[in-house]
Design a protein around this ligand. Structure first.
Ligand code: PLP
Length: 414
């Protein structure tokens, strides 16, 4: 009984793999081993079909047309908003704003809420392990306004020093903008604690969910974050579409991000009135096809079940950590207690890029470099790492291939 329940709850990775056509291809004469999922995940056939179906069957602009194709396109486009609302448990669909991705979501908040609310002397807190897209927009804002960017330090496992964070908080803190799961190290940050502490001093919190949304259950109401951003392409969906969630009163009070069609109610040369949420922030013809296909990705993940996927990825991470840990000279960077399925490492004095090239010759795709997290790399005093990141379709055999490839690469380079 227990055994069959366990089997039922286990992800059937081989049947999952069949749904990702790209996994059948070869690279340099070898079967593709795709371990660069933190950069972008591969797309299942249902997502590819959703894109093709839109262009084949009902390509039309959304919202303004009264003809059948326009109505079909609009309905499909808006159905994604409902699916996202459920996926992150937002209070209402109006709080789900379409963006180009995580980067644009953060920039939207910095250019609208930030320019309206940040003034000289205010403070914005980020952490040492942020992606550049959660550093640079705030730096630009701070420079423009005479505000100060403050940084939460980390320990050598890659975990935030929470006592130091609490010391940074003060009445001048207006925003804490923090990554939920680090793309460079895999660290999962204690976002609920961060949010509660920030709220006590009256600061808002933006959560960068670029890496967490694919791995963890996201409940923005329970988290009580003020803003949450993520990208579809790391979640088995297409590139070019992402989501900004915000609390309604904040979104209502924010000025528009870009001006143009769709974001207006009425335009005269004397005065323009802006559209209601979410359209106030969605100027111009949106990315219709990719938005529609994002729903296919969410449905796909929901159907398999996030819990099942997470258990599978945790198994892969644990297995990879043990296997890689046995390679002489290999040092894992980022050993946080709570991690998503990302494993970063360096090997003695070998350059990560050389390792990456040799792995690619064996069909193994990993990421090498600073992972758009230079301050994090600087903390560890390294130029970059080799990073393997796992998705629902990866297998232990692929990790064996990685280990095998690494051993050969090290032999060649040493
Ligand atoms: N934040 C994190 C943690 C990321 O990993 C990434 C992308 O790698 C981003 C932000 C930026 O995402 P995008 O390039 O999709 O806007």
């Amino acid at each position: 009984m227990i055994e069959s329940a366990t089997i039922q709850n286990k992800l059937d990775v081989y049947s999952v793999r069949q749904q990702f056509p790209i996994l059948n291809r070869e690279v340099k004469g070898k079967p593709l081993v795709y371990l660069d999922n933190a950069a972008t995940s591969q797309k299942p056939q249902v997502v590819i079909d959703a894109l093709v179906n839109y262009y084949t069957d009902y390509n039309a602009n959304v919202h303004r047309g009264i003809h059948t194709l326009a109505e079909e396109a609009t309905m499909a486009f808006e159905r994604t908003r409902d699916a996202v609302q459920q996926f992150i448990n937002a209070e209402s669909r109006e709080q789900v704003i379409y963006t180009r991705g995580t980067t644009e979501g953060i920039n939207l908040v910095s250019y609208t809420w930030g320019r309206q609310n940040i003034k000289a002397g205010d403070e914005i807190i980020v952490s040492t392990i942020e992606h550049h897209s959660n550093i640079v927009p705030w730096q630009i804002l701070c420079e423009e306004k005479g505000a100060k960017l403050r940084v939460i330090p980390i320990n050598d496992k890659g975990e935030l020093l929470m006592e130091e964070f609490e010391k940074l908080l003060n009445p001048k803190t207006k925003l804490v903008s923090i990554v939920h799961a680090s793309n460079a190290l895999g660290t999962i940050n204690p976002v609920k604690k961060i949010i509660d502490a920030a709220h006590k001093v009256g600061a808002l919190v933006l959560i960068d969910g670029a890496q967490s949304t694919v791995h963890l259950d996201i409940d923005v109401q329970e988290m009580d974050c003020d803003f949450f951003v993520f990208s579809s392409h790391k979640l088995y969906g297409p590139t070019g579409i992402g989501i900004l969630y915000g609390k309604k009163d904040l979104l209502d009070a924010m000025p528009p991000f870009q001006g143009g069609g769709e974001m207006i109610k009425e335009v005269t040369f004397e005065k323009t009135t802006y559209n209601d949420l979410p359209y106030k922030f969605e100027a111009g013809t949106p990315n219709i096809a990719d938005t529609i296909a994002l729903k296919a990705a969410l449905d796909f993940v929901n159907e398999i079940g996030k819990e099942k996927i997470r258990r599978h990825e945790e198994e892969l991470l644990a297995y990879a950590t043990v296997q890689l840990g046995q390679i002489p000279g290999l040092r894992i960077i980022g050993r946080a207690k709570e991690k998503v399925s990302v494993i970063s490492f360096v090997v003695d004095s070998l350059h990560p890029q050389d390792i990456g090239i040799l792995l690619d010759n064996r069909g193994i795709a990993v990421r090498t470099g600073h992972h758009c997290a230079e301050p994090c790399m600087r903390f560890f005093e390294i130029p970059g790492t080799v990073r393997a990141s796992f998705a629902m379709y990866n297998t232990k055999e692929e990790i064996d291939e990685l280990v095998n490839g690494l051993q050969k690469a090290i032999k060649m380079l040493s």
